[in-house]
Design a binder for this molecule. Structure first.
Ligand SMILES: Nc1ncnc2c1ncn2[C@@H]1O[C@H](COP(=O)(O)OP(=O)(O)O)[C@@H](O)[C@H]1O
Ligand SMILES: [Mg+2]
Length: 245
């Protein structure tokens, strides 16, 4: 499946607040790309622009599937899901009073996803066996780690080709962060899922990322072609690795 996401010179914001300025990034089929930045730098805004939840003021977002380009800035969030883009939102956004299974079924609300319910459910349960055992448990009564698993499994229910994951590590213990990140890496390898992951946790994100970008005050300040290049970057050393620059 040929897929590529190209974002060019994107500006976005909320009224007078400019959250993204001239953002240019790309993601290719099969890659795991990290979007790294500390709080308030525009990671979620960029994810929401791709998902059609925030409309950019300028620039382009193009998803090319098998040679056919789709301008995501012109499509509804539902149409973007139909193209195979699913988002795991920051803070999971589950329905706490619904069961695990009910939350999963809500991930398959689009017609195109309904015929693949059995396959996608099997993939989710296979990847996260704890969810299978807890199908009838209320989502809000599960641990943070289990809720993050559920949020990822729910996104898988729409048969995504491109998975946008917004800060999977938030609120999790170091062990659970590590396990969650490993699962995302496993999904990338096993089902060829293309992943764009926003993270503050540099060291965890680079365990599975092929390459990454650093976003500061809404601007991409580093675009590294590999994790080694990222680690060797002076801005990265200053921001994340405790180095003195
Ligand atoms: N709904 C909103 N209304 C107004 N400002 C917002 C809204 N969401 C985010 N912002 C602002 O946009 C900037 C980027 O936020 P965000 O994209 O959430 O960053 P991150 O995900 O990296 O923490 C911040 O200055 C934030 O305060
Ligand atoms: Mg965020």
């Amino acid at each position: 499946m040929a897929l590529s996401l190209a974002i060019n010179d994107l500006d976005a914001g909320y009224g007078a607040v400019k959250a993204l300025r001239g953002v240019t990034i790309h993601v290719e089929a099969g890659e795991t790309v990290a979007l790294l930045g500390t709080n308030g730098n525009g990671k979620s805004t960029l994810m929401k622009c791709i998902a059609g939840l925030v409309r950019p003021g300028r620039g382009s977002i193009s998803l090319t599937i098998d040679g056919k380009p789709h301008d995501l800035t012109k499509l509804s969030p539902e149409a973007i899901v139909d193209l195979g883009v699913a988002m795991v939102p920051e803070g999971r956004r589950l329905f706490p009073k619904l069961t695990v299974l009910e939350n999963l079924m809500l991930g398959a609300f689009r017609r195109a996803a309904r015929r693949d319910i059995d396959r996608n459910l099997a993939l989710g349960f296979d990847t996260f066996p704890a969810l299978k055992e807890r199908q009838s448990q209320l989502a809000g009564t599960m641990s943070g780690g289990q809720q993050q698993m559920l949020a990822i499994a729910r996104a898988l229910m729409s048969s995504p080709r491109l998975l946008l994951i917004d800060e999977p590590s938030v609120g999790l213990s170091p062990l659970l962060v590590s396990q969650t990140i490993a699962k995302i890496g496993e999904l990338n390898r096993r089902v060829g899922l293309t992943v764009l992951m926003a993270e503050q946790n540099f060291n965890q994100a680079i365990r599975i990322a092929d390459r990454g970008y650093i976003i500061v005050h809404g601007e991409i300040v580093v675009a590294a072609a590999s994790v080694d290049e990222l680690k060797g970057n002076d801005i990265v050393k200053r921001l994340y690795l405790g180095g003195v620059v």
